[in-house]
Every structure is written in C-alpha cells, then in structure tokens.
Design a protein around this ligand. Sequence first.
Ligand SMILES: NC(=O)c1ccc[n+]([C@@H]2O[C@H](COP(=O)([O-])OP(=O)(O)OC[C@H]3O[C@@H](n4cnc5c(N)ncnc54)[C@H](OP(=O)(O)O)[C@@H]3O)[C@@H](O)[C@H]2O)c1
Length: 353
Amino acid sequence: MARTAVVVGALGVIGRYIVERLAAAPDWNVVGLSRRTGPPRERVRYVSVDLLDPEDAAAKLAGLRDVTHVFYCAFQAGGGEAAGYAANVAPNLDMLVNSVGAIDRAAPRLERVVLVTGTKYYGSHLGPFRTPAREDDPRHLGPNYYFDQIDWLTAFQRGRRWTWTELRPQTLCGFAPGTPMSIVPVIAVYASISKALGLPLRFPGKPGAYRALYQATESAHMANAALWAATEARCANQAYNITNGDYFRWCTLWPRVAEVFDMPWAEPQTISLVAHMADKAPLWEALVKRHGLQPYRFDEVVAWPFGDYVFGCDWDVMSSVTKSRLHGFHDVVDSEEMFVRLLSRFRAERIVP
Ligand SMILES: NC(=O)c1ccc[n+]([C@@H]2O[C@H](COP(=O)([O-])OP(=O)(O)OC[C@H]3O[C@@H](n4cnc5c(N)ncnc54)[C@H](OP(=O)(O)O)[C@@H]3O)[C@@H](O)[C@H]2O)c1
C-alpha cells in the first residue's frame, strides 16, 4: 500500500530535499506544510497553514487520515533580544505540538514521526564540547528548543502505536539559491566579491577555525537518511547524528575553493563578514548586470551572519556517525568533493560569476 508522508516545513533547506526524495520514490504520496505553498505536482500537494495558530492547524490537518509518516523540519526564529536561545523555545515547541498533535488525532495508520534537530544539541554553537559527540552524551545547559521538542515528543508518543526518530545534522549544504542560510552561498559570493576586487581568496574566519575539524551534511544525503530513519524498524525511538560521515579542515579545502573560482588564495585574515559586506550590495548588483547572473538580490542570495557563525567556530565540531552505521545507514559523502561540486554549480547556473 502506498505510504503518505507529511513534510512539516516543506519549503525549508531540509524539507524541500525530503519532498524531492519522496517524490522520486515510487510509493509515496506527499503533503507539504508551510505558510507558503509550493508548485503541486504528481503525488505532491502543499497545504498552507500557520502552525503557530492551533485552530488553523487543527482545521487544515483534520482531513489527513491517510498519513503514515511525518517528517518534521519546520523552524521559526523567536524575536527579541534572546533570539536564538530562550525566545526560540515557544514557537518551535508550539509548531511541533500543533502539527503532530493534529496528525495523531487524524491518522490512525501513523507509523513514525521523524524529528530533525541538530548538532547544537551538544552545544556545538557555544564553544568546545566533547568530540566526536555521541547520541547519548549529556545535554548542555539549556535553553535549547531541541530539548523541549524531543522531551515533548517522547512523552506524547508513550502508549501510542507509532514511534519517533530524532536526526541531528550539521550545516546543511545544497543547491538552493534564494535560501541564504547556508555556507555554500556565503563562500560563493564572498569569493566572487574578493575576485572582483582583485583580492586573493582569504579565509575570513578566526585562525583557530581555519585549522579546526569541521563537518557538514549534504541536503540530499540528509533526505536519504530521513527516508531510512522513517522506514527502518530499528530506528524506532532512537536518535542519530547525520553528517556526511567525514571531517574536514577549512585550511585544506580553501585552495580547492580558490581553484573553483580561478583565483589565488592567501593566508587567513579575520574579518566580520556582516560588517565588511554591509557596503557591497551595489558591487553585487553591478556583478549581476555585468555577468548576466540570475537576478537574486544580495540579501536573498546570502546570509552573512551565518558565515560569521560557521567561520567563528575555532573548536572542533565533530559528531560520531557510528550509531547510524551500526543500525544500517551506510551512505557517505566526501565533503571536500561536495563543496567543489556545489560551488561549481553555483557558477555554472549563473548564480555567481
Ligand atoms: N539549516 C541547517 O544548516 C541546519 C543544521 C542543523 C539543524 N537544523 C535544524 O533543522 C530544523 C529545520 O531547519 P531549516 O534550516 O530546514 O529551516 P528553514 O530553512 O528556515 O525552513 C523552515 C520551514 O518551516 C516553515 N515554517 C516556519 N514557520 C512556520 C509556521 N508558522 N507555520 C508553518 N510553517 C512554518 C517554513 O515555511 P514558511 O516560511 O513558508 O512558513 C519552512 O518551510 C531546525 O530545527 C534547525 O535548527 C538546520
């Protein structure tokens, strides 16, 4: 019998790849949830819903009787001064409760809820932490909305027929122009601007970050992992780190990035990308015109705070993927090759010169 997936956050950096992966498989129908809608196609339809509004969620999700699997990858930033920490808890817990609660009531054949959290579960964003991080490592001192989400899901699932699986990826990388919160466009646009100014490609982050070990998760690889997690019996009520399965250092990748952009590279020089890119929008617009690039606005194509965050991690960021391997997910991605491939595509598809 065909399976029906609800992808919550279907237009996000993670959700859109899960939709694509399921649509390419022969036996899935897909319902994508988000406030915006995407283009409907065979076996994929979108429902526009504000998951922060419990009544809207209850009304729009009540008809989802055939759902067998939920992939939860929505995210909404909380506002105010504590953005990123305490302020993120309420919206992200509410959206999970309002969507999974409504689907649980509507769908008697529900089998599995896959919840996407991330490596920040271990406090990877705060400073050095125990590496490689293992799924059963103790949590950092909160707030962290991942803790609220998984605690709620675990408690809600008790006594029900379906099971949950939590996936913890790190720094998603894909080809999704127009979704700026990604390190790939940060590198692509930074390199293009440096080149246009006649500068060598310098790593803009902290010296320690240049040499520390880092990891990433290719979006298509994440989608494969999500499909595995949703359908593998052994994944019931388990958490898994999901990364490419290797580690890299920016210092070894940097010369290869320079090669992609046909430019020289030089030693790091630490700058704040937010501060130093603040006046570069006119230069970007000139490059778009001069090279006939796809017409993405500067703020649509890249999020500089994300670059400062990633290149500011001057400690090792490493998760162990041993558990997922032992439980049957064996896919790996060569991260250096992935960056070369994705950056080359940004050039080939005229997003950057
Ligand atoms: N991106 C990464 O590198 C990364 C790495 C590790 C972990 N993660 C984790 O993965 C999870 C998903 O993150 P993401 O980066 O994929 O997020 P994202 O790209 O910002 O996507 C968020 C999705 O949620 C939807 N959404 C937001 N508010 C909504 C609302 N009120 N009602 C309905 N839909 C709503 C958005 O669509 P609309 O705006 O149309 O509503 C969008 O489809 C987060 O917990 C994040 O921490 C992400």
